[in-house]
Structures are given as structure tokens and as C-alpha cells.
Design a protein around this ligand. Sequence first.
Ligand code: ZN
Length: 107
Amino acid sequence: MHTACPRCDSHRIIQTHYGRKVGGTVGTTAGAISGAVSASKGARLGYTVGAIAGPTGAASGAVLGAIVGGLSGCVVGVRLGEKLDEDVLQGYRCLACEHRFSPHPSS
Ligand SMILES: [Zn+2]
């Protein structure tokens, strides 16, 4: 992608992923917490499996709930962060004049 600075027309542009990084971290944490909290579903599944596999099944069910929650939370967080990067945080920065601008395609 070739992007020029709208202010000074420089091509020394870097893309910032601040929102994406923050969104991913926040999303993963929030997802893992809500996954662990709502792990009753996973635990219940674990208990069902646990009837066959033993008491470790319940524990791994809860862990599975946290992992699944964390993963889906990360995906949502990264998407949210990408939107933030585009709309709020302005995804590009000019190294020549420090101008920040949004990656809205002009053509
Ligand atoms: Zn510039």
C-alpha cells in the first residue's frame, strides 16, 4: 500500500496499531474473565465428560471455558481496536512532519 502524507506529500509513512494492540489485550483479558465466570457451561460439560473421564474433566471444562472466552474476546477486541485505529486514533503517521491521518482510501 502506497500512502502519501496529505500535508507534506512525504511517503515516509508508518502505520500505527495502537488501538489494535490495546483492543487485543483488553479483549483477551475481558474474554478470559467472562469465560472463567461463565465457565459453568464448560464445567457442566466437564462434569458430563467427567462422569466418564473422572474429576479432572470438570476442571478442564472450566479451563476450556476460560480459553474459549479469551480467544473470542481477543478477536472482538482486535476488531474493536482496528475500528478505533481507523476512526479515532488515525492509523497512519508521517515521519517527516509527524502528521497523523486516517487511512481512508481517496479513490
Ligand atoms: Zn507529512
